[in-house]
Design a binder for this molecule. Structure first.
Ligand code: SF4
Ligand code: SF4
Length: 177
């Protein structure tokens, strides 16, 4: 039987009705994760993206989740309070069907890390409309084997360039002085 351990679950609650699409969350997230920190900002590098459709008053902030190798087959529509949302609007995956949650230069997947080390996520701090709220709770969970970030990055490179090309590149690099 798998062992149980205590885990802090970090949740960002999103109230789409309070979001006005200002994108301050995208700006601060990309600045916080810039190298060096705050050296620039580019919402395309943000781990939160605001799906915007101003004509229909639709704004959906979404934090990047896991990398998905393949796009899903379904494309459902949701109607909430008479507004129509595409299924992809709520999806957190970095997947082949869209450019969101991909590092623009390398194409590597981006994932929200809840601003590791900060007391409160930066996007929550910067959202003046209280559309984002941070919550922590403790849960007992079964010990999981976590896929390391390195493995996820390699998997996405293999998807993009093919295993042979990656192996050739590594072989070539290892021959260099
Ligand atoms: S900062 Fe808040 S209101 Fe502005 S886009 Fe992000 S979630 Fe929406
Ligand atoms: S919690 Fe931090 S990493 Fe995640 S979306 Fe917000 S600012 Fe970006």
């Amino acid at each position: 039987m798998a062992e149980k351990k205590k885990k802090i679950i970090k949740t960002i609650k999103i109230d789409v009705d309070k979001c006005n699409g200002c994108r301050a969350c995208e700006v601060i997230c990309s600045a916080f994760h810039a190298e060096p920190k705050y050296s620039g900002n580019n919402p395309a590098r943000s781990r939160i993206r605001v799906i915007r459709d101003p004509l229909r008053d639709v704004y959906v902030p979404v934090c990047a989740g896991e990398y998905a190798v393949a796009e899903c087959a379904g494309r459902d529509k949701y109607t909430i309070d008479e507004k129509e949302y595409d299924e992809c609007a709520f999806c957190r995956a970095s997947c082949p069907s869209r450019n969101d949650f991909k590092e623009p230069d390398s194409g590597l997947p981006l994932k929200c890390d809840r601003c590791e080390g900060e007391e409160e996520p930066m996007c929550v701090k910067w959202c003046l409309n209280d559309a984002l709220t941070y919550e922590e709770r403790e849960e007992e969970v079964e010990e999981e084997v976590k896929q390391e970030d390195l493995e996820i990055g390699l998997e996405s490179l293999v998807d993009k360039y093919g295993l042979d090309k990656i192996m050739d590149t590594i072989a070539r690099m290892s021959k260099k002085d």
